[in-house]
Design a protein around this ligand. Structure first.
Ligand SMILES: NC(=O)c1ccc[n+]([C@@H]2O[C@H](COP(=O)([O-])OP(=O)(O)OC[C@H]3O[C@@H](n4cnc5c(N)ncnc54)[C@H](O)[C@@H]3O)[C@@H](O)[C@H]2O)c1
Ligand SMILES: [Zn+2]
Length: 374
């Protein structure tokens, strides 16, 4: 078991631990009592994860003499909405869940985001414990304190900063995860290597084939190191005004691909393409050491993340989708770019994103088989 402490600089007493290990949920009653004591636990899960991991947790809490209730919502990004937030908060109110309760969000990033947003707002805010059950949620979504729901105008547009009291990453829960969903998390882990730690990128690429074959042994180290890297970046920029932009490496392209595909492309695949295309654009623009993109692509191939989509999207549609990117300033595209593997371009004075010529981006999207000129 590895414990990664996460500082929250603005609120010293809001620091929390991410506990990573196999079989941790067996200790959930005492972990919760220690890190987030509460009169009752409202466990929130989607209807896929509920029978697999959340109902057993509720039972275990009950057996330990705790009051615990399960609240579910439909699985999938489509349910990460204000409507789900409203249904859940109404159900909590109807069940008489009070200010002395804590919320436990058990599931992937969707559950963490919607459960965290419920916790941030319920009775003006109650504590939340994150229990991530996807690799993506373990290495990324459960850490950093961002919660949100989607709106018709875009993803994650309504939300709050609400750091958890504790994150319990029980890697045994990943055994029930479909392979494609596991790969999503590997893309983000590879991203952490590129932005901060070349040796870790090698570790991820080396471990990925074993992990994909069902060997969970490397996962404790993988999750813990990714959490350390994300945590260090978030701690340096808790409210997302500067350095935290480097976590968005690959995501300018990824978000455009997801939008252009109507969210049919899994986030991990979109991120994998984005990591490579943005590195190539960075090389072309003279910001990124040559050979970086090829090294990134090799690591992602080991993760089982394909080099190109089956069918490219119209270039104009992708470029239009990039224009609504949250990192955009003025007319040029702005991306977080690696200087080389393990080191990102930028500094706190000039910022952590660089302008990328739309023509360069367009050429690289076409060259990668992601876009086609109409
Ligand atoms: N708050 C943040 O900082 C942050 C960061 C990254 C991503 N996110 C958000 O995370 C979401 C994506 O997360 P995700 O990929 O985990 O999606 P998800 O929560 O939808 O989970 C993916 C699928 O896997 C299923 N599932 C989850 N755990 C399982 C398990 N152990 N066994 C079997 N099935 C399981 C879910 O029911 C779902 O169908 C997005 O909404 C994204 O915006 C948030
Ligand atoms: Zn991502």
């Amino acid at each position: 078991v590895v414990t990664v402490p996460v500082p929250v600089p603005a609120h010293r007493d809001a620091s929390y631990d991410v506990v990573v290990g196999a079989g941790l949920l067996a200790d959930a009653p005492s972990l919760l009592a220690r890190h987030s004591p509460a009169a009752a636990y409202a466990v929130i899960a989607d209807d896929t994860v509920a029978p697999l991991h959340a109902a057993p947790l509720v039972e275990r809490l009950a057996r330990a003499g705790r009051t615990a209730r399960l609240f579910t919502f439909p699985a999938g990004e489509a349910a990460k909405t204000r409507a789900t937030w409203a249904t859940l908060t109404d159900a909590l109110l109807a069940a008489g869940i009070g200010r002395d309760a804590a919320i436990v969000a058990v599931g992937g990033g969707v559950t963490g985001d919607v459960g965290g947003f419920v916790a941030a707002t319920y009775l003006r805010g109650v504590p939340v414990v994150q229990v991530p059950t996807t690799l993506l949620a373990m290495v990324d979504a459960s850490v950093g304190g961002k919660t949100a729901v989607d709106t018709p105008a875009g993803k994650n547009l309504v939300g709050a900063f609400h750091p958890p009291r504790l994150v319990v990453a029980d890697i045994d829960t990943l055994r029930t995860l479909p392979a494609a969903v596991l790969a999503d998390g590997l893309a983000e882990a590879a991203k952490h290597g590129v932005i901060a730690d070349a040796e870790y990128l090698d570790f991820v690429a080396g471990a990925a084939p074993r992990v994909r074959a069902g060997d969970g042994t490397p996962l404790e180290r993988l999750v813990a190191r990714s959490v350390e890297i994300k945590t260090a970046v978030v701690a340096a920029d808790p409210v997302d005004r500067g350095r935290r932009a480097i976590l968005n490496y690959g995501h300018t392209v990824a978000h455009a691909v997801e939008a252009a595909s109507g969210y049919a492309v899994p986030h991990g695949s979109a991120v994998a393409w984005g990591l490579v295309v943005e590195a190539r654009a960075g090389e072309r623009a003279g910001h990124t050491a040559s050979g970086t993109a090829t090294a990134v692509a090799a690591a992602l191939a080991a993760c089982g993340l394909d080099a190109a989509p089956h069918q490219p999207w119209p270039l104009a549609r992708l470029l239009a989708a990039m224009q609504v990117d949250k990192k955009r300033r003025g007319d040029a595209l702005h991306c977080a770019l690696p200087a080389r593997i393990g080191v990102m371009c930028g500094d706190d004075r000039r910022g952590w994103t660089l302008a990328v010529d739309r023509g360069i981006m367009a050429r690289e999207l076409v060259a990668a088989g992601i876009a086609v000129e109409a």
